[in-house]
Unconditional design. Structure first.
Length: 239
């Protein structure tokens, strides 16, 4: 009976932790969408809400880490249970960083409001953010369903985000070369694009944790980054 009680208490602890991680994931998904909407619509009030809500995401990460530490200390989980606890901590850390990038995107809305829009940029950036949000949704679904194949699909989709970023980088360079007055807005838009690309990297890390949780091993595929902006001197020329 005592062992049954311990097992039931452990299961409740895990349920609490997993409920928190899903709540955190939902808040981060919304932050991505709202941040994208705020700069596309130049909506300063929505941008303010994104920034204000970030502390809720941070608090959830702290709660999850505290819960996981307590479970490890009191329950001494092993094997699959230990993998689950460690994976949740990693996932929470990645979600917190994605939330930070969403907050940083929203901060730039207040600056962009004062500047003339760059043709086509807002829609492209909003699409990129939406693609990342869908990746995150699928990564979290893969976690709930313990679906390693769906997680691997998310990992492969990160290459599409990198390629979108490369294309936007070339466009911004072209705009700045053609008209020096566009340098400042293009720089802000570039930072938004880079923040979004980094979100994709953190979503990929979440998906890798799902694969580890399900299989006990991290993906063995060689995931090469498709972001060439820091390694290819010809990318600004469209080569």
């Amino acid at each position: 009976m005592n062992q049954e009680h311990i097992t039931a208490a452990f299961d409740r602890d895990l349920e609490t932790i997993q409920a928190r991680i899903m709540k955190m994931g939902g808040l981060v998904e919304q932050a991505i969408l709202d941040a994208a909407d705020s700069f596309a619509a130049r909506d300063e009030e929505l941008a303010r809400k994104v920034r204000m809500r970030d502390h809720v995401i941070d608090d959830l990460e702290d709660q999850i880490n505290d819960d996981c530490a307590r479970v490890i200390a009191l329950r001494a989980p092993i094997a699959t249970d230990l993998r689950l606890v460690l994976s949740v901590m990693k996932i929470a850390g990645n979600l917190e960083r994605i939330g930070d990038y969403a907050k940083n995107m929203a901060k730039r809305t207040t600056v962009l409001v004062e500047m003339a829009p760059i043709e086509g940029a807002d829609l492209s950036l909003k699409r990129m953010a939406r693609d990342v949000e869908l990746m995150l949704k699928d990564a979290l679904d893969a976690y709930v369903q313990r679906d390693a194949e769906l997680a691997m699909e998310v990992i492969r989709r990160d290459r599409d985000i990198d390629q979108l970023y490369n294309a936007l980088f070339r466009e911004f360079i072209t705009f700045m070369m053609e008209d020096p007055r566009k340098i400042t807005p293009c720089m802000h838009l570039h930072f938004i694009a880079k923040n979004t690309e980094r979100m994709g990297d953190h979503v990929t890390s979440i998906a890798e944790q799902v694969v580890y949780l399900v299989t006990g091993e991290f993906p063995d595929e060689d995931r090469q980054k498709a972001d060439r902006t820091s390694t290819d001197p010809n990318i600004a020329k469209g080569n």
